[in-house]
Design a protein around this ligand. Structure first.
Ligand SMILES: [Zn+2]
Length: 157
């Protein structure tokens, strides 16, 4: 079946230089008198890794039983904290999503109606739209759920 893999969690905040006076020291120009001007800009912040406990570093899967949920909560907590600062006008949490097959871990792809009807792209005459295209196990699972006859692997005619 299709499995969704989320990665690259980020907190993105928008800074409006014109709406508020940001001290130059905040961007490493301490001791100078001036101000940041111009259009709003964004800062992209990576959360601390779940497995990074400061005194020891381990894989995220060892540190968490709910990696997606823990990253989302960690990012939302950081965002809430950042939104309380005067220079931050807006923000959001983002991540990448990739759909993969739970059997073979390859990218999840399914047949279109045209591909299912085309003998050069379908498995056999029983292929239908939405049938996975990555591996035999995914196809068999799909057909079992729908009561579709199994493919005759090996080409028994
Ligand atoms: Zn597969």
């Amino acid at each position: 079946m299709m499995r969704t893999v989320r990665d690259d969690w980020r907190v993105i905040i928008e800074i409006r230089p014109s709406a508020t006076h940001i001290p130059l020291a905040a961007i490493g120009f301490g001791g100078l008198d001036g101000q940041i001007v111009g259009d709003p800009f964004e800062i992209v912040i990576a959360p601390q890794r779940l497995g990074d406990l400061g005194w020891v570093s381990m894989s995220d899967s060892l540190a968490s039983r709910d990696i997606d949920g823990d990253y989302r909560r960690r990012c939302e907590a950081l965002l809430a904290e950042l939104l309380r600062r005067p220079h931050v006008s807006a923000g959001r949490v983002t991540c990448t999503e990739v759909h993969v097959c739970s059997h073979c871990d390859r990218q999840w792809e399914v047949l279109t109606a045209d591909e299912a009807a085309d003998d050069s792209t379908n498995v056999d005459g029983h292929s239908v739209e939405g049938e996975p295209a990555c591996c035999g196990k995914a196809i068999e699972e799909f057909r079992t759920e729908r009561g579709i006859p199994m493919p005759s692997w090996g080409g028994a005619a």
